[in-house]
Design a protein around this ligand. Structure first.
Ligand code: COA
Length: 175
């Protein structure tokens, strides 16, 4: 792997034209991406500017993005537990495996306040997100989403997993 993360420039996502971000997501995912369950989980929410980033290559071209969203797990007592939904993480197909994904994830994770961290949740490959950042499906077995998903790909990262409800429905954080 030729690792270019050293030369990647990470900038706030709100510095990038939203049309360019959509075009990148269209290339990284299938055209039907809007029907994914992940989109329903965060439906109606705006991405969080402080936790969302773009990666630019050495020619200042957009090569990757990460967005984070406010969501909540509602437990059986109707209590909402706020969480941060991470993703999509997307890197242009021809630029993958060069460290951009790791650089984007590291930027977002570094901005989560250690003093009052919300659990972070995502739907993705446990091998990738577990290996670098400690995301795990160990606590998510009883969680439901508003659409189909592969249970082993529902991952969470939490400073104190004991606070996570065993059961709940994940959806937008409407308060
Ligand atoms: C997943 C994705 C964001 C990773 O970004 P990337 O820039 O290609 O990955 P990085 O260069 O940071 O990391 C590369 C390393 O992670 C590994 N890796 C990459 N994707 C992986 C996956 N899905 N599962 C397991 N390992 C993975 C690579 O094998 C490589 O390992 P190595 O260092 O041992 O060679 C990117 O491939 C992508 O945009 N994919 C399409 C969209 C997608 O599926 N996004 C994730 C769900 S939201």
């Amino acid at each position: 792997m030729s690792n270019t993360s050293d030369t990647a420039t990470i900038i706030p996502l709100d510095n990038v034209d939203p049309a360019l971000v959509e075009a990148l997501l269209d290339r990284a995912f299938e055209p039907e991406r809007h029907k994914r369950t992940a989109y329903k989980v965060r439906e109606g929410m705006e991405w969080l500017p402080a936790l969302s980033f773009a990666a630019m290559d050495e020619n200042d071209m957009l090569v990757g993005t990460i967005q984070c969203w406010p969501v909540a797990l509602t437990d059986d007592d109707s209590r909402a537990h706020p969480m941060i939904m991470v993703g999509p993480v997307a890197v242009l197909p021809e630029q993958q495996n060069r460290g951009y994904g790791q650089a984007l994830m590291s930027a977002a994770m570094a901005c989560i306040d250690d003093r009052a961290p919300l659990p972070q949740v995502l739907i993705g490959d446990p091998e990738y997100y577990g290996r670098f950042w400690g995301f795990t499906n160990a606590s998510t077995g009883g969680w439901a989403l508003p659409g189909p998903f592969e249970a082993h790909r529902l991952l969470v990262r939490c400073a104190n997993p004991a606070v996570l409800p065993e059961k709940g429905n994940l959806g937008p954080w409407t308060r």
